[in-house]
Design a protein around this ligand. Sequence first.
Ligand code: MG
Ligand code: ZN
Length: 219
Amino acid sequence: MEIKVLKNIMERNEDLAAENRRLFAEYKIFVLNMMSSPGAGKTAILEQAIPRLKDRFNMAVIEGDLMTSRDAERISFHEVPVVQINTESSCHLDAGMVNRAVEELELNDLDLIFIENVGNLVCPGTFDLGEHVKIVVLSVTEGDDKPAKYPLMFQESRACILNKIDLLPHTNFDLDRFYKDVSDMNADIEIFQTAAVTGQGIDRWCRWLEELVTAKNGS
Ligand code: MG
Ligand code: ZN
């Protein structure tokens, strides 16, 4: 019985994800879904990336959080449209939530939407939002064992941003083990090292993203 309920939820999600995908294709918008545990630096990375990409693309951000609009307030400082989703009791975004958030945006004006998922290394990886690419952010302070413990996120992601790399000397994070574990579970994943507080490594990630958006939208 419970299995049936779960199956229905996932089928419904697939339908709404397909609807989102259709909308994004119609308006030629590239959509990136950012996942990580809480505090890995998703918002900080966006704060660095948005000013770098602003001349090139019209962007919007969909912010997922259980509570508060603090991340949305940080993003809106950069003068891009931002929609906050408060999931309250849900630990991930689903396609329906994104569908309703997209209604708040002027799609004609957009080339790129960032979706900042709820901070959680588990179930966001299982929900298709209709995005083009998922990426995962991991910070060195979380430990090099996280890819092995939460493989789905790393298997589903086109890129992994290893953030807070400036703190590496203060941790026992083993870069070699991290690269090996991640490449073993996803041979095609691109790995970037960043320090969002200083902007280190952000240019390289932005160039990667720029290429993806341009290839997809032909802009
Ligand atoms: Mg955030
Ligand atoms: Zn969840």
